[in-house]
Design a protein around this ligand. Sequence first.
Ligand code: RIB
Ligand code: NA
Length: 288
Amino acid sequence: RKPKVTIIGSINMDLVTITDEVAMQGETVHGKDFRTLHGGKGANQAVAASRLGADVSMIGKVGDDDFGRSMLENFEANGVDIEGIGIEKDTPSGIANIIVSNKDNRIIIIAGANGKVDRAHVDRYAEIIRESDIVLVQFEIPMETVKHAIDICSRENVPVIINPAPVTALEDAYFEAAAYITPNEHERAKLFKMRDDGLPEHHEKLITTQGAQGASYFKDGREIILPPKNVEVVDTTGAGDTFNAAFAVAIAEGKDIEAAINFANAAAGLAVGKIGAQNGMPKREDLQ
Ligand code: RIB
Ligand code: NA
């Protein structure tokens, strides 16, 4: 049986500008290329998990516009179940304005319909959550909805992975309820204090993504970093999403933490080889 993975989160159209240099304040520069690509942390995680062989449901919202229709088609093309996606009238689909330069990525998101993913919407699809082997949440929909989703997972005994991105404060009780928490280094430093023994709060469930270094977990009070294999980097947008999806699929299949991180590193390593969050995401067979 395929593992059943449910993603509760954002769906964006990524408006990607590729440039050698970014414009400084008051300056105009010529860029190199522009692409309109499917993105959003939730959607990216759903597409990645589906390509990796999971049975995936997405819970979220798009606007009643061309971007929204295109994003629904993209889910269907990638085998993601869209029963849990609402079409919000009079609100545009979410977008991300992304600048990929030689040095880094910069992203501005406009929530649009993602901002309308409320508790009632999640309640409507509680049955999908109940039937899941694992649930993934991120922080691009309203936090009260994220909290509600975590509460439903606790109530239904479904393990939930919290990907705390983009970084936003959340009461400790919710992190307490998570099976795993998957920050990057920056998010981890902002969200989790160091305890007196030098270990971060919730270290037992922290999986920290560390860019080109790979990802870490804690074992017997020590942090162990597992590196990826020879990765060619073209665009790191969505690398964390691929990692999260692959990690969730592996855990749902019963792999141990170390095997799950290695699987996730391999998937993310392939994803960064192409422009755009979803373009390089591997299929299961690409990872054999
Ligand atoms: O994690 C990458 C994603 O973050 C992009 O696809 C963009 O939509 C932003 O939400
Ligand atoms: Na990519």
